[in-house]
Design a binder for this molecule. Structure first.
Ligand SMILES: [Zn+2]
Length: 308
């Protein structure tokens, strides 16, 4: 999965410090990331030294809080250039759609870009206090934003939206879905956001019922995945269909919802009989694919499911 970057280490402790020449700088334009895509070396991001003004420009931007510390990868710090003009950008890179990061190499850089995007969107959307409307500033100690109005004590922490990914099983079959009108054309599992006041297990049952008309039980946790592309923490669950025969795509969100036997699932997560996306469009780093392949490759983990 995209967050499994060992032997590299992601340090999310908030330890802001002035940039050094070989540190990494992330620059975004909406959902595009400033990157270099090399057919062999994969994706890379500029170092601080590549800024037209070099380390001097970086230190000035850091002092002005337009260049801010994000996190560390191994022994290198990563920064976000929050505001910029065209002339201040390193040469030789270009803005690329972050969508493609999910299937680029090296995975370390894809994870870093995804996580930087999550933080960049949060910083961008919280420039002003939602409680009183004054500007916000970096918190002195934590990864947070503080309201600059002394009369307002609002502190804003990074927002993570929990959502479930659901592997619904029925004997040797799993329920796969395909969304309409989305750039990702591969097979998916039922998914949806946790609503306020809901346990994740209740989200699982509600989303499956809403999207397919199927009731489920035997809901159990599998794994989680940070998914900064959409600001999520994904919670993976398996469960069993109680009434699999009633499957009914909701007609709005989903284009396809179908029971797929283990034997028809390819190693890239595509499905032989559904003419689904080829391997190069498959998200090889996702919890969804991990769960589809875990179901395919580990039938013993589903042996306790009711016989059908
Ligand atoms: Zn305020």
């Amino acid at each position: 999965m995209i967050q499994r970057i060992a032997p590299h280490v992601y340090h999310n402790e908030y330890t802001p410090q002035p940039p050094q020449a070989e540190d990494i700088v992330f620059i975004f334009r909406d959902r595009e990331i400033y990157a270099l895509q090399d057919p062999e070396a994969g994706v890379s991001f500029p170092q601080i030294r590549a800024l037209p003004g070099g380390l001097t420009q970086a230190l000035e931007a850091y002092a002005a809080q337009t260049l801010i510390f994000l996190f560390r990868l191994d022994d290198r710090s990563c920064y976000l250039l929050r505001t910029w003009e065209e002339a201040q950008l390193p040469a030789g890179y270009s803005f690329e759609n972050t969508f493609y990061l999910r299937r680029m190499n090296p995975q370390l850089m894809c994870f870093a870009g995804m996580t930087a995007l999550h933080l960049a969107v949060w910083y961008r959307d919280n420039r002003f206090c939602g409680r009183c409307g004054h500007p916000t500033a970096l918190h002195h100690i934590e990864r947070a934003l503080s309201c600059t109005d002394p009369a307002c004590t609002n502190i804003i922490y990074p927002r993570i939206s929990p959502a479930v990914i659901v592997g619904v099983t029925w004997g040797d079959r799993i329920l796969v879905t395909r969304y309409r009108d989305r750039p990702y054309r591969g097979m998916s599992l039922v998914a949806g956001f946790c609503e306020i006041g809901e346990e994740a297990e209740q989200t699982v049952a509600r989303e499956v019922l809403e999207e397919t008309g199927v009731h489920v039980d035997h809901i159990r946790y599998y794994a989680t995945q940070p998914w900064g592309f959409d600001g999520n923490l994904l919670l993976g669950y398996y469960c069993e269909a109680v009434d699999p025969e009633v499957i009914r795509p909701d007609g709005e969100e989903l284009a396809v919802a179908e029971w797929i036997p283990r034997s028809e699932i390819n190693t890239d997560g595509s499905v032989m009989t559904l003419n689904s996306a080829p391997a190069d469009e498959t998200n090889v780093t996702s919890l969804t694919l991990t769960m589809i392949l875990h179901f395919r490759d580990h039938p013993e983990d589903f042996a306790s499911d009711r016989a059908r």
